[in-house]
Design a protein around this ligand. Structure first.
Ligand SMILES: C[S@@+](CC[C@H](N)C(=O)[O-])C[C@H]1O[C@@H](n2cnc3c(N)ncnc32)[C@H](O)[C@@H]1O
Length: 205
């Protein structure tokens, strides 16, 4: 973002921000911080607050969104992006997570298993419930801040492989490219997850 908009000042916050970025742009500052502690030092400071894929580490989502809103300048924009499970099949029906009992009638549920386990792990560490219909949960939480005049929620189905067909040729090309990137990403997650399971001597496929 800092590279794309060189005329703005960008502050990136994470519990563990990347510090190995080659040629970090001069308009970017990275900070280590726990979002659950709030950002009172940034109240009223930003025109845009962008928060992506953070829900697993947030203890109280309603409070957190209000806190992000307090960091905006008047007229500022808050953009929150996250993903929800379950993983859906071709008919947009939730897939059953693969079981860990050693029987694998099919392997297609492994991504669903990964997301399920991730949800369990986030919840065990005290995060607000993450999975289920996150779009409507976010919408409710954004409305609950009481100070965002026009919250807009958009739900997108992102393919996990390069096979979907769009409504037009251009759309098909676009979603297939997206699906291919997601597939590569999923294969890496799958590998790490199965390595993790192996370390507990659980069966893997
Ligand atoms: C799935 S990654 C997303 C990273 C980045 N936001 C992105 O979209 O590419 C989730 C990130 O949230 C960070 N995170 C989770 N809980 C946090 C918290 N309470 N405060 C700050 N960062 C947190 C993790 O360290 C991790 O880098």
């Amino acid at each position: 973002m800092a590279k794309k908009f060189p005329h703005v000042h960008v502050v990136g916050v994470d519990l563990a921000p990347r510090t190995d970025i080659p040629s970090q742009p001069p308009n970017l500052r990275l900070e280590f911080d726990d979002a659950n502690l709030g950002f009172p030092h940034y109240h009223g400071c930003f025109d845009v607050v962008h928060c992506r894929s953070m829900c697993g580490g947030i203890n109280d989502r309603n409070w957190f969104f209000s806190e992000l809103e307090r960091c905006l300048r008047p007229g500022g924009v808050l953009i929150v992006i996250d993903c929800e499970t379950p993983i859906l099949d071709h008919n947009k029906r939730p897939m059953t997570p693969a079981s860990l009992d050693g029987h694998y009638p099919q392997t297609r549920g492994w991504m669903a298993r990964i997301m399920y386990e991730a949800g369990q792990d986030f919840a065990a560490r005290g995060a607000s419930p993450v999975f289920g219909n996150i779009a409507s949960e976010y919408s409710r939480a954004l409305m609950a801040t009481g100070s965002l005049p026009n919250p807009v929620v958009q739900l997108m189905h992102i393919p996990l492989g390069p096979w979907p067909i769009g409504n037009t040729e251009v759309e098909t090309r676009w979603i297939r490219q997206l699906g291919e990137m997601m597939r590569r990403n999923a294969l890496v997650s799958d590998f790490h997850f199965l390595t993790y399971l192996n370390s507990f001597s659980l069966p893997t496929h």
